[in-house]
Design a protein around this ligand. Structure first.
Ligand code: FMN
Length: 171
């Protein structure tokens, strides 16, 4: 797809078909996350790819009961390892920035493949850590379901954004 089209039509998808994701497609989506930039190229991320149905359902419950999370054939649990960046005023919080970029790469690459995602920030952190194999020393930063949208209208442009003049300043 054309890049601008990908960016404009990526939407949060909250209803999924159970259809499996071909391995090659999943690999391309994860590769986009792997290519993300990070401060000093630390790459502090790790992705747990959850396909087991019981585990997915458990994640939906742990995500404030957002059961659609577990309905997608894959749930990606995005983890990050805290490190200290001596150059940044964010100190040991830079991993959040790095991982957020990687997740955005993933969601846009998914859209390019016709796959839906939905950033899930509302979840029980310790509960998710107990439900899936999060690597030692990592935090869980975000979850996303990954799958083909149930609706053919899932990918549509939105007007629900602030106008450019309100979010920019000329200097
Ligand atoms: C950090 C973050 C956390 C979010 N958490 C949730 C969530 O827990 N559940 C949900 O349904 N959507 C969640 N969203 C999706 C937002 O509601 C959505 O991105 C926003 O309303 C814009 O809609 P769009 O993604 O369709 O463009 C989250 C998005 C972000 C960036």
């Amino acid at each position: 797809m054309e890049f601008t089209e990908v960016v404009k039509t990526r939407r949060s998808v909250r209803s999924y078909k159970p259809d499996p994701i071909p391995d090659a497609v999943l690999a391309r989506v994860l590769e986009a996350a792997r290519m993300a930039p990070s401060a000093n190229n630390v790459q502090p991320w790790h992705f747990v790819i959850v396909t087991d149905a019981a585990r997915r359902a458990r994640l939906g419950k742990l995500a404030s009961g957002q059961t659609f999370v577990g309905e997608a054939p894959v749930v990606v649990v995005c983890c990050g390892k805290r490190y200290r960046d001596h150059y940044s005023w964010l100190a040991d919080n830079m991993y959040v920035v790095d991982c957020t970029i990687a997740i955005d790469h993933l969601t846009l690459a998914a859209r390019n493949e016709g796959l839906g995602t939905c950033w899930i920030g509302a979840f029980d952190h310790e509960g998710v850590k107990g439900a899936v194999p999060v690597p030692k020393g990592h935090d869980v930063l975000m979850l996303t379901p990954l799958g083909y949208p149930a609706s053919s209208r899932a990918f549509r442009e939105t007007s629900a954004r602030k106008p450019l003049r309100d979010i920019t300043t000329q200097a």
